[in-house]
Design a protein around this ligand. Sequence first.
Ligand code: PHE
Length: 365
Amino acid sequence: MYTVPQLADFSGPSLDAAVRDLLAALESEATAVVGETDWRAFRDRWMARKNGILSQVNDLWLKAAPGPQKRDVGQRVNQLNKSVEEAVESAKGRASGSSSSLASEKLDVTLPGIRRPLGVEHPTIRTMNTIVRVFQRMGYSVGEGPEIETDYYNFESLNFPPNHPARDTQDTIFIAGQERKAQRDRLLLRTHTSPVQIHTMERQPPPVRIVIPGKVYRHDTPDATHSPVFHQVEGLVVDTGITFCDLKGTLDHAMKALFGASMKTRFFPSFFPFTEPSADVAVTCFKCGGSGCRLCKQSGWIELLGAGMVDPNVYQFVRKNGYDPAKVSGFAFGMGVERIAMAMYGIDDIQLLYSGDVRFLEQFA
Ligand code: PHE
């Protein structure tokens, strides 16, 4: 470690040698500075008023110089002051921030750029859009409705009379604190997209051809096939002379468009308050192709949707908008989007669709 020597001799060559030694020490100490703390120590060692190297130089060299040499020594000491100030200043530039910020300031122009991956449609939304497009190609329009509904739209106008047991088939999530309202005005989370059938018929007179994608809610405990929030695509057609044949042909075409031309459909009797007759529609089992397996419980068929001819009682609620049950007829259907997505992509647990696990979702990118 450099220390300021006392000078026995103030001749030119002896001063030159002393200055050379000091500058060499300054340079090597300056290059060793890497961080803020280093730099402070470096600055103080050289520039501190009390006992810094420069003040020692002042005492030991300049003050000690005999009269005739003072001028010469003074010039060199001035020069040294400047050199030290510069060295401290430039070391500060390099040391500002921490030593790690120094490293991060280095720019490696050969590194690849940062990729921002584009997101894709979630498999549920993608399936919903695929279904909607199939019907758009058949000339259907697309509509939506509110997720918070009144009892009237979710039940009453769909021919579920107040307190009728058919309401129990849809485990409903009711909004609290509605008791003071008339029953028809009480709010709930819609259990199906069918209330949008009524909104649509209130908004437009026949003819109607519409599909309605949306989110629905049921008081179900989550498991591999149930979720309290899921999606449906509803369909409604009302015109003159619409028959069950139109319904069959439409859904058969739609299922073939979704799953392939070899897909068969089967209609069997069912019940919904707002359709008469009603049917559950099944398609050929995707897994076994119809020969029977665990997925289809050996039946060869997978139930995918509910459908039927619009019940004349439903038209009564929108009669004044041109829906005279003696003049118009129509059909409606509703399908669960997740069920179809699971069938399309071979997903065996509905919860995967809500988990947000990127390792799962990436497979659909
Ligand atoms: N809304 C019925 C359900 O959610 C499905 C359906 C829609 C049935 C339209 C018939 C007609 O179960």
